[in-house]
Design a protein around this ligand. Structure first.
Ligand SMILES: *Cc1c(COP(=O)(O)O)cnc(C)c1O
Length: 346
C-alpha cells in the first residue's frame, strides 16, 4: 500500500475559535438555543473537525441541505439532532428519514404528501415569509395535509438579515402569523445575521452558519466572532527574474528590475480564484508578499524581494480573515469558505 504524502496546502481549523463562536452566538440568542448550519461540509471546513467541536461546546441541533450530508453527519451526532433542509422530494428520501431517524424539513404540500404517504412522523416545517426560496407559502399553512403533520420545529428564513431592510420586520410579522397557525414544539427564524437583529428574532432556536466559521455578516458581530479558517501554502520553487521578464499566463506582470520570486502551491482549483490577481498578498514572517501576474489553476507567483531568508519548502500564510478577504476579493464571505478545494489538508 502506498503511503499518502502530506499536501502542500493546509486548511487549519481553530476548533477552539469555532467552539467559542458557537458559545457567543448561543449567548447572543438569549433565551433561545443556537443550533448550527453545517451544510456544504460545514461551509467547506469539514464535518469531521467542525461537528465534534460544536457538539463538545453544547450544540444539539444541526442543519444540512442534502440527505447525503445527513448520512455523513450521522457519524458524529444522533439522528434526531439533524434536520435536512431540502426535505424529501421522493419516497426514497422519505424512507431514508424514517429508517435513520433524521428529521425532514417539509417545504411544500408535495413534500408533505410524500412524507405522510411514506409513513410520516416527526418533521420540521419551513414556511416562506418572503425570501421565495424553499418553503410553504403563507396561504398553504392551513392546508389539511399540513395541519395533520406532527411538527417539531417551525422555521422560516430571512432574506436580508445582513441589511437594515424593511423586509426583516415584514418577515417577522408573517412568521408570527405562521406560529399562531401551526402548532409546533419550537420556532426558529434567525440565521447568523438574524441573531444580531435582537431578541424579537431569536424565538426558541437559532440557526447560525457563517458566523460560526468566522464570518461577520453584520457590524454588531464584529469583535465578537473569531477567525476559524487559516490557510497555508508551500513554496515549490524560487527563481530569479531579470528585468523585463514576465510572469504567468498572458505575461501580465513584467519585472521592473531583477527580482526573486516564489512559486506557491495554491491556485484557482483550490478556490483561490482569479479575482484575487493584483489584490492579494501572501504572508511570510509578518511580511506581505504581493501576488504577481495571473492566478493559475495550481500555482501563484509571489514577490520574495522583502524576504531573502525564505526557502523552497517553506510555508506561507494566506490572509483569510473573512470580512477583509471579502472586501479585497469581491467574493462573499460565504463563497470564500465554501469554495476551498479538496486539495487542502483539513
Ligand atoms: C444556510 C442556512 C442558515 C445559516 O445561515 P448563515 O447566514 O450562514 O448564518 C440558516 N437557515 C437556513 C434555512 C439556511 O439555509
Amino acid at each position: 500500500m502506498l503511503e499518502a504524502v502530506a499536501p502542500t496546502l493546509r486548511l487549519n481549523i481553530d476548533t477552539d475559535a469555532l467552539a467559542g463562536n458557537w458559545r457567543t452566538l448561543d449567548a447572543l440568542s438569549g433565551a433561545a438555543s443556537a443550533g448550527a448550519a453545517v451544510k456544504a461540509n460545514a461551509y467547506g471546513l469539514g464535518l469531521a473537525k467542525a461537528v465534534p467541536a460544536l457538539a463538545d461546546a453544547g450544540c444539539t441541533s444541526y442543519f444540512v441541505a442534502h440527505w447525503g450530508e445527513a448520512r455523513e453527519l450521522l457519524n458524529y451526532v444522533p439522528p434526531e439532532q439533524i434536520s435536512v433542509l431540502h426535505g424529501p422530494i421522493n419516497s426514497a428520501e422519505a424512507q431514508f428519514a424514517i429508517s435513520s431517524g433524521v428529521i425532514p424539513v417539509i417545504n411544500s404540500l408535495h413534500q408533505a404528501g410524500i412524507w405522510t404517504t411514506a409513513g410520516g412522523g416527526m418533521c420540521d416545517i419551513m414556511v416562506d415569509t418572503g425570501i421565495n426560496r424553499l418553503g410553504l407559502s403563507m396561504d398553504e399553512i392551513q392546508a389539511d395535509r399540513i395541519i395533520k403533520l406532527s411538527v417539531r420545529t417551525l422555521m422560516s428564513h430571512l432574506a436580508s438579515a445582513d441589511e437594515d431592510s424593511p423586509l426583516n420586520a415584514q418577515q417577522l410579522a408573517k412568521f408570527k402569523t405562521a406560529t399562531n397557525a401551526i402548532p409546533a414544539g419550537q420556532h426558529s427564524l434567525a440565521n447568523s445575521a438574524g441573531i444580531a437583529l435582537g431578541p424579537d428574532y431569536t424565538f426558541d432556536l437559532t440557526r447560525p452558519g457563517l458566523a460560526l466559521y468566522g464570518g461577520v455578516p453584520r457590524a454588531e458581530l464584529a469583535g465578537a466572532i473569531s477567525q476559524v479558517a487559516f490557510l497555508e501554502a508551500a513554496i515549490l520553487q524560487i527563481r530569479t527574474l531579470k528585468a523585463g521578464d514576465t510572469v504567468g499566463y498572458n505575461a501580465t506582470f513584467t519585472a521592473p528590475s531583477d527580482m526573486r520570486v516564489g512559486v506557491i502551491s495554491l491556485g484557482y482549483a483550490d478556490g483561490f480564484l482569479r479575482c484575487w490577481a493584483g489584490r492579494a498578498a501572501i504572508m511570510y514572517e509578518g511580511k506581505a508578499l504581493p501576488v504577481l501576474g495571473k492566478i493559475s489553476m495550481d500555482m501563484i507567483v509571489v514577490d520574495l524581494t522583502s524576504v531573502p531568508n525564505c526557502r523552497e519548502g517553506d510555508w506561507l500564510s494566506v490572509p483569510y480573515a473573512l470580512p477583509e478577504a471579502a472586501k479585497q476579493s469581491g467574493l462573499s464571505q460565504y463563497e470564500l469558505l465554501t469554495i476551498l478545494g479538496q486539495r487542502f489538508s483539513r
